[in-house]
Design a protein. Sequence first.
Length: 149
Amino acid sequence: MLLNIVTDEELLTSQIVKTILLILTGAGIIYNLFRIVRKKSKSKRIINSVIFIILSVAIIFIFKEYRVESALLKNPEYVQGTTIGYCNVFARGQGIEFEYEVNGQKFRNCNTYHPVSKDSIIVPGGKYEVRYSQKFSGKGRMNFRKKTE
């Protein structure tokens, strides 16, 4: 579910997509809630209840990501991070693991390098800018387009 994006344009696009998902999921929740109340058939009520529960869980995860990316977009801070090695990003394939430090606390994260070429990234030991927000310090995103020293 994590979409590890960094630039303002990417974050803004992601926020628009997540807003649409939140609206559609919310509409699905309301629709299924009405169907649970109105249907007389027990089997249809069970089916609508299951759909309602699935959509309710989905909206929680979507909203959490929405909040993180909103904080990254509205209140970004930057720190130097160091690449460690390769990792896998859920549903997005191979990524690069990195670490960074905020207020004396170290964090590790993994994000994809797309659209930057994998061959152009120094792994391990590459120094790149990490975008984070104070509200979600452990959810930083490395920008492989911005080397630091």
